[in-house]
Design a binder for this molecule. Structure first.
Ligand SMILES: [Zn+2]
Length: 149
């Protein structure tokens, strides 16, 4: 021990424990500094924060734990990456829930994210074009979700 340093006491441990926030995300437990949790709450939409259930020693919310892990790392000073196995549309919902914009994504994942939504737009356009051709050439009545012949 160097001169001037103080021994770690149990009082200090309990003081530190008060600064740790426990959060259960659909049953997966996370612990973080209270300041990190406050930072997360400060940017999330108010209507989303109403979904958080306060227990005596833990917060609970029913969200995707894999996405939460990534969002937590971002708030802990890291970069925002999507879980590799997660569909970008699911991650989009989680980002919106936590008040994050796509611009927060790191470049590597932003490319994947934008690519996914570009592909979806092309697919949707292709579907509409296909239905349009059917409608025009065969007089098929098209209603959003089903086709009447
Ligand atoms: Zn990435």
């Amino acid at each position: 021990m160097t001169e001037g340093s103080r021994p770690i006491t149990t009082d200090m441990d309990s003081a530190l424990a008060l600064q740790i926030q426990s959060v259960s995300v659909s049953g997966t437990n996370f612990e973080m500094l209270s300041t990190t949790w406050s930072k997360m709450l400060s940017i999330m939409p108010i209507e989303c924060s109403r979904e958080i259930i306060e227990r005596p020693d833990q917060m609970f919310l029913e969200r995707n734990p894999a996405a939460f892990q990534c969002i937590l790392q971002y708030h802990q000073g890291g970069q925002l990456h999507m879980p590799s196995e997660m569909c970008p549309s699911i991650f989009q919902r989680e980002m919106e829930f936590w008040g994050l914009k796509k611009s927060a994504l790191s470049k590597c994942c932003l490319v994947k994210y934008i690519g996914y939504f570009d592909d979806q737009a092309v697919l949707q356009h292709g579907k509409e074009s296909f239905l349009g051709i059917l409608f025009n050439s065969h007089g098929i009545e098209c209603d959003n979700n089903f086709i009447k012949i």
